[in-house]
Write a protein that binds this ligand. Structure first.
Ligand SMILES: [Zn+2]
Length: 386
């Protein structure tokens, strides 16, 4: 049995948007899962194998990037870059969800090829965890000719994601809707590109098409990179209850519009956050933190709620047992504080002031993976191992 205690915590952000701040200053982790949260007394009679002193700083759930385009390994041919996944863990990301692997050079576009790719990427990332990162890869790209039995076969092989509808050859609601229904029948989650054409070969998707195809998630409501008009955002807010993803590599004005509208309507639980990288916009290791800071400092969202958008909201949308601080969840935690020189006195105040917080520790499955981020500014107070 391996036991870890995180003590002396200044603030615990739960990841649950309905109750984003928690009581307590201590978290007990047993065998990679959160066992208990509370005061120091929860450690009575416990012989913790490892004790982390948070030194009065803030603990948040590990961030989920809901929109990534991996290939294989810690390399992206899109920007010819190595170690970008490791770099994201240094930005507080502990889980990534593929929105499709269209950057595979020479990607096959026949049913057998697109299926094989999804199975291969899914299985490789099950075995490959750079810096402990959980990459949910193998998001099927819909191509013409796929049949119901293909979805059954893929589900059998463990594939549970469909990459953004619109990336492949299947584009119209007539072609896509039946495939999306088969995918959901076999338990898959379906992302859907929304907005203008991102790269040559993909297509423009309107709110009307999203409503007809009815995916599990509206990918980049603020465009990747070109957004739908705000009138169409309004339609997706009003006429569906789908999760709406805001991405870093999108349109900042429409991100602001969406956040403000959902705040007014009391529906912030619908927003999830992604990077949409690697992409033409590059690789942004701090992209999820940057999006949180953007929504807090410019769109009036409280920091603990924006953090829930990048953690608990996404975990709920994709049925993941992580990124909420509660007993039984995978112990994926990030320790943050205001960066040196910030006007903010603690992490949440710094975020609301527009500063990227300093990450002083990343814990995945109860194991310390990063001690002092190489990508964020240094935090005022660093967590330390006792
Ligand atoms: Zn897209």
């Amino acid at each position: 049995m391996s036991t870890m205690a995180v003590t002396n915590i200044g603030a615990i952000v739960s990841g649950d948007i309905n109750k984003p701040l928690m009581e307590g200053d201590t978290i007990l982790i047993v065998d990679g899962k959160i066992r208990q949260i509370g005061g120091k007394s929860i450690l009575e009679g416990v012989m913790a194998g490892q004790v982390v002193d948070a030194r009065g700083t803030t603990v948040i759930p590990g961030l989920i990037d809901s929109h990534t385009h991996p290939v294989l390994g810690d390399f992206t041919p899109r920007q010819k870059t190595l170690d970008y996944l490791d770099s994201s863990v240094h930005g507080g990301v502990t889980t990534m969800i593929s929105a499709g692997e269209p950057h595979v050079p020479g990607r096959p576009k026949d049913p057998a090829g697109t299926k094989a790719l999804a199975v291969l990427v899914h299985k490789c990332f099950k075995n490959y965890r750079p810096t402990g990162l959980k990459v949910h890869g193998g998001a099927l790209i819909l191509e013409k000719g796929l049949e119901e039995k293909d979805f059954a076969e893929l589900a059998e092989a463990g594939v549970w994601l469909v990459g953004e509808v619109g990336l492949g050859g299947v584009k119209t609601p007539e072609e896509a809707a039946p495939m999306v229904e088969w995918a959901k029948k076999y338990g898959m989650k379906v992302a859907m590109h929304t907005g203008g054409t991102s790269i040559p070969g993909s297509s423009t998707v309107t709110a009307d098409m999203v409503l007809k195809i009815n995916p599990s998630v509206v990918s980049h409501i603020n465009g990747g990179t070109t957004a739908i008009p705000t009138g169409e955002v309004e339609r997706l807010i009003e006429e569906s209850d789908l999760p709406l993803e805001i991405v870093q590599c999108g349109n900042p004005r429409v991100a602001d519009f969406t956040a403000r509208r959902l705040k007014e309507k009391g529906q912030l639980h619908r927003i999830i956050l992604g990077n949409d990288s690697p992409s033409g916009s590059g690789i942004i290791p701090l992209g999820i933190l940057r999006t949180i800071v953007q929504l807090c400092s410019l769109s009036g969202i409280p920091a603990e709620k924006a953090i829930a958008m990048a953690t608990g909201n996404t975990a709920r949308a994709f049925n993941l047992n992580t990124s909420v601080i509660e007993p039984g969840r995978e112990a994926d935690l990030v320790i943050i504080d205001a960066p040196l020189g910030s006007v903010g006195s603690d992490a949440l105040a710094a975020i609301e002031a527009g500063d990227i917080p300093g990450v002083s520790m990343v814990i995945i499955d109860g194991i310390i993976r990063v001690k002092v981020s190489r990508n964020t500014p240094p935090s005022k107070r660093q967590a330390e191992i006792k």
